[in-house]
Design a protein around this ligand. Structure first.
Ligand code: PMP
Length: 386
């Protein structure tokens, strides 16, 4: 039958035409529903049907080796996009990059040591690194906050793990590591290193790179991520972590990831990226053109870079706007936006000042349209707006 109409939260009524005036624009979480229209266009090729008797076993090899096929497809994906070197590297799967990131921290932490490894990321950083470390084994890890504070300071005896998020969540920059030394290990979180969000200047070639389906195809709910790992010992430790933690990733999730990537890479394999880029570019342009009229608010500016995937110099089209409230009295930028019926995410969650707020641009079109409407109202109310 006909699908039941589900109204956008800002509308009601049998045909969803009644606007709810007090409705709040949700720009909080990074739920990547902006990719949903692409999959509506590719519903048949991306569908997965699994019979009840299929894939009961723990073993990868029971019914065709989906893991190996998936691994091959991931290598092909990176080769097409040119965003990571995978030759002579190991690939390991996880339940989202969340599980892969924790496996990496365990694999890189020193064994048989009395003092915990210090874990850092440069401010503003993705909150999960802090949350995981603070939840993990306290004898093994200690979250040490902003990597900037440890530059040229570490005496070399403290074991440090630095998370480098490139492009960064929340500000979209291609972060570089700040710490170096024999006792420093670096985990590159490459969740957003796809043409949707950033020019691709060169294939990433680091020792430990983490990727996720969530921000690539938008299937955050499938919980599928992977790491590309150079060192065999680190790889084995990460595999051990996955074994002990969950006996590996759901075979159903692997099958789904396989089918989605196969559908996305049909033909020249560019369509998903063209769609992702066009959507994010259009969104970024509408948001930044509104903010450019404002004296009260500003957003990050990132210089364009050459993109090898697109063969031209390209602007960034970030997943999030990192908004700053410029007025002295607007110290709580979250509250300022909330009063204007916009929900963002507070700066403190990223280790930054509350003068900053992150606005998500990756949600569905209704959420984005509502955000633009509310921002327009807010900026046009400004005294002396440009
Ligand atoms: N890393 C970064 C930088 C992220 O923004 C996110 C999700 N917002 C993740 C990792 C985790 O995503 P997932 O577990 O869905 O792969």
């Amino acid at each position: 039958g006909e699908p039941v109409c589900e109204c956008n939260i800002c509308y009601s009524g049998s045909d969803c035409s009644h606007f709810i005036p007090d409705c709040i624009a949700n720009a909080d979480s990074g739920d990547p529903l902006f990719l949903e229209p692409f999959w509506l266009q590719h519903a048949a090729t991306s569908a997965v049907v699994v019979a009840g008797w299929h894939r009961l076993s723990y073993s990868y090899n029971y019914d065709g080796d989906i893991s190996k096929e998936l691994e091959r497809l991931i290598r092909k994906l990176h080769a097409i996009v040119g965003n990571a070197v995978t030759e002579n590297r190991y690939i390991i799967f996880g339940a989202g990059s969340t599980q892969v990131l924790s496996a990496a921290a365990y694999a890189l932490s020193p064994e048989n040591t009395s003092s915990p490894a210090g874990v850092v990321a440069s401010v503003p950083y993705y909150a999960l690194y802090k949350q995981q470390v603070e939840y993990f084994n306290l004898a093994k890890f200690k979250f040490e906050g902003d990597a900037h504070k440890w530059m040229n300071k570490s005496d070399g005896s403290t074991y440090m793990i630095e998370y480098v998020t490139a492009p960064n969540n929340p500000d979209g920059r291609l972060n570089k590591p700040l710490l170096q030394g024999t006792n420093v290990k670096t985990v590159y979180d490459r969740a957003y290193y796809w043409p949707h969000f950033t020019p691709i200047p060169a294939p990433a070639d680091e020792d430990l790179m983490v990727f996720t389906l969530s921000k690539l195809t938008g299937h955050a709910g499938s919980r599928f991520g992977w790491a590309v790992v150079k060192d065999e010992t680190v790889f084995n430790k990460m595999m051990h972590h996955m074994e002990v933690n969950s006996i590996g990733v759901s075979r159903d999730a692997q099958l789904r990831a396989f089918q989605l990537l196969k559908a996305a890479l049909r033909g020249e394999g560019r369509e998903l990226f063209d769609f992702g880029y066009q959507t994010m570019k259009t969104r970024w342009e509408s948001l930044s053109s509104i903010i450019s009229l404002s004296k009260r608010f500003s957003v990050q500016k990132i210089n364009p870079e050459y993109c090898t995937f697109c063969n031209n110099v390209r602007e960034f089209s970030p997943a999030y706007a990192w908004v700053k409230c410029e007025r002295e009295e607007d110290k709580d930028c979250y509250a300022v936006l909330q009063a204007a019926k916009i929900t963002g995410r507070q700066g403190y969650r990223f280790g930054a000042e509350d003068r900053y707020v992150r606005l998500s641009l990756v949600r569905n079109q209704d959420d984005f349209d509502m955000l633009i409407e509310r921002l327009n109202e807010l900026v046009s109310e400004e005294d002396g707006a440009k």
